[in-house]
Design a protein around this ligand. Structure first.
Ligand code: COA
Length: 292
């Protein structure tokens, strides 16, 4: 039997130019506003790693475009002793998001669990939009949608599409409830200031999210551009299209964003590979970077 590590890596490494071509082919718009959820290893070997991907995205968007990455910290934000430091706390949403956060021109919003980093002309507007909540009328997430932003899923399924939470909040789904958390934040000079962050966590008994159902609907309706960026399946969709389809699904089925009968919707395009790190959407499982 051939093990994964013995399989030949058939594709040649991706460089910045080939990534830019692939993003253009996919339809990433010059001058656009783009929020990216990503998995680096899904893409196969990239010369220069995550930084090359960020540079390629910025080149594709051009000077008039704005790139946003999630720099969420929710996996550890409730741990004892955790203090959010916008300048130093790393993103826990993958290597590409962390490379985006560390970009010299990146600005970061302030939120205990759901900060974002942005680079480009709309960066300041987006990161300074937030009040206490990551989802309310003034939040970065709302700004992205309201300013005709698009979302790119790069080697990850719709399960990672945070913007669906925005839809859930706007639709006032019955299984989430706003919660305010009061903690402290570390400032650049080392001093501490109070930090109040609001979220909308699920109530007990929540069966888990199935955002793939909504994504598959959008694909079936021709609202998603799908392509390959290296070995990653890439999906590009518009914020307003997502909002409209989410409303339609919710009006049909109040549990439309939830796992039903214990199974998450299977996506028809590409393969989903589950590793300890998460789910990866790939064209060819044998071309993922490294062993799994
Ligand atoms: C969890 C998740 C980030 C894991 O994806 P991943 O590809 O395994 O990890 P990263 O994107 O951090 O990339 C790092 C991995 O890329 C691989 N890698 C390293 N160098 C590489 C290179 N030059 N080229 C390609 N891959 C490389 C390695 O496997 C590395 O893992 P390691 O650091 O453990 O060795 C991803 O599945 C995910 O969920 N992303 C979306 C997160 C998100 O936005 N969530 C929104 C809220 S739900």
């Amino acid at each position: 039997m051939t093990t994964q590590s013995e399989r030949p890596h058939r594709s040649k490494p991706l460089d910045r130019a080939s990534l830019v071509s692939a993003f253009r082919r996919l339809g990433v718009p010059r001058g656009g506003l783009l929020m990216v959820h990503s998995s680096l290893r899904s893409m196969g070997h990239v010369f220069g790693g995550a930084l090359t991907v960020v540079d390629a995205l910025l080149e594709t968007l051009g000077r008039a475009g704005t790139l946003v990455v999630p720099t969420f910290t929710y996996p550890i934000a409730r741990e004892r002793g955790f203090v959010f430091d916008p300048l130093r706390t790393p993103s826990l949403m993958g290597a590409i998001s962390e490379a985006g956060r560390r970009h010299p021109q990146a600005l970061r919003s302030i939120h205990l669990q759901h900060s974002v980093a942005a680079i480009g002309p709309l960066a300041e507007t987006i990161v300074n939009a937030g009040g206490e909540s990551a989802w309310d009328a003034d939040s970065p997430m709302r700004q992205i949608r309201d300013r005709d932003g698009q979302y790119l899923l790069l080697g990850v399924p719709y399960q990672n599409l945070t913007a669906v939470h925005l839809c859930e909040v706007e639709l006032e789904v019955p299984y989430r409830k706003p919660v305010r958390t009061e903690t402290r934040m570390r400032r650049a000079d080392g001093s501490f200031v109070p930090l109040v962050s609001a979220g909308c966590p699920p109530l007990p008994g929540h069966p888990g999210s199935d955002f793939n159902r909504l994504g598959q609907r959008m694909e079936d309706a021709g609202l998603v551009r799908i392509g390959e960026v290296g070995n990653a399946i890439a999906r590009l969709l518009g914020g307003w299209d997502l909002t409209r389809k989410a409303r339609e699904l919710f009006e049909e089925d109040v549990n439309g964003f939830l796992v039903q009968e214990g199974v998450v919707t299977r996506l028809t395009f590409g393969h989903i590979i589950e590793t300890v790190r998460g789910e990866h959407c790939v064209a060819d499982p044998s071309r993922m970077y490294g062993e799994w």
